[in-house]
Design a protein around this ligand. Structure first.
Ligand code: PAF
Length: 284
């Protein structure tokens, strides 16, 4: 497996691969790889000639310095895991390598559209501008044909699909959330939970299932669906709920669904101790 630390070298290598007709699948990550990431990598390996993974803990998308510093980092383990999955190239950049000689405060950020305004966008101001700016740099470096993202970060996938549309590339493939046995969505942040907290955090999945069960019974009122989730979340008193809501996945609007609505998306964000967790589920 090739390993590059500068965008220029990674870019040269990718161009050479493209010039020999290779189809490149890319999995952008922030490292601390878990089974969920590796599923994306395995899929990219299977569906493309070569798979490239980026490992970059993006400072621009953290609105709190302490969250950025606490983000888990396991570069050596990640390299071994990627090699075992037949990843062809791993790339780790640094902010400085993407924006040489520019002070962070002078970096021009790519602004996301209305899809980024609420939920994660409202609770983490600037987060999606940071994501969009760096994912654009990663795409420009690797020039993938296909890029794979997890559905757990559902709102992020909307921002990235929009970026891909604006820049005419790459094809975005959103893959199902990988879960632990108790239903907790896999996330690098789970590493920061105690085993007791990991158990407590499974309530998020149960809350999403409660919304799904109401939806299947024919409930279409947002307030009722939200209450079904909040009631379940309230059984874990250590958990602080940031939001538990439902959106129309097509136009991202909060609204009461009419009786003929066939699909919606339930989304939850909580904090447990000092770890922030998000998850979502399609209601259909
Ligand atoms: O989902 C992530 O890990 C990050 O937001 C991403 C897409 C790699 C951008 O930094």
């Amino acid at each position: 497996m090739e390993f590059f630390q500068t965008p220029a070298k990674a870019n040269r290598w990718c161009i050479d691969q493209r010039n020999t007709g290779k189809i490149i699948g890319m999995v952008p990550t922030m490292g601390a790889l878990h089974e969920g990431h590796l599923e994306l990598v395995k899929r990219a390996v299977k569906e493309n000639d070569i798979c490239v993974v980026s490992i970059f803990v993006n400072p621009l998308q953290f609105n709190e310095e302490k969250d950025f510093s606490a983000y888990p980092r396991n570069l050596e383990q990640d390299r071994i895991a990627l090699k075992n999955c037949h990843c062809a190239m791993a790339f780790t950049g640094s902010l400085d390598s993407f924006f040489p000689r520019i002070d962070r405060s002078n970096i021009t950020l790519l602004r996301p559209g209305a899809e980024a305004n609420d939920l994660e966008g409202a609770h983490r101001p600037g987060h999606f501008a940071g994501v969009k700016t760096i994912v654009n740099k990663l795409f420009t470096t690797v020039r993938p044909h296909n890029a794979y993202f997890g559905e757990k970060d559902f709102q992020q996938t909307l921002v990235i699909r929009k970026l891909a549309k604006e820049t005419s590339a790459p094809n975005i493939i959103v893959c199902p959330t990988h879960r632990e046995k108790n239903g907790l969505a896999m996330s690098s942040r789970n590493e920061r939970l105690t085993s007791n907290q990991r158990q407590q955090a499974s309530v998020i999945y149960r809350a999403l299932l409660a919304a799904l069960s109401e939806w299947k019974k024919g409930v279409r009122g947002v307030k009722e669906l939200e209450k079904a989730m909040v009631d379940v979340l309230a059984t874990e008193t250590d958990l602080k709920v940031e939001y538990a809501t439902v959106r129309d996945p097509e136009n991202w609007q909060e609204k009461n669904f009419n009786n003929s609505a066939t699909t919606a998306r339930a989304l939850i964000a909580v904090t447990l101790g000092n770890v922030r967790l998000i998850d979502n589920m399609i209601l259909s």
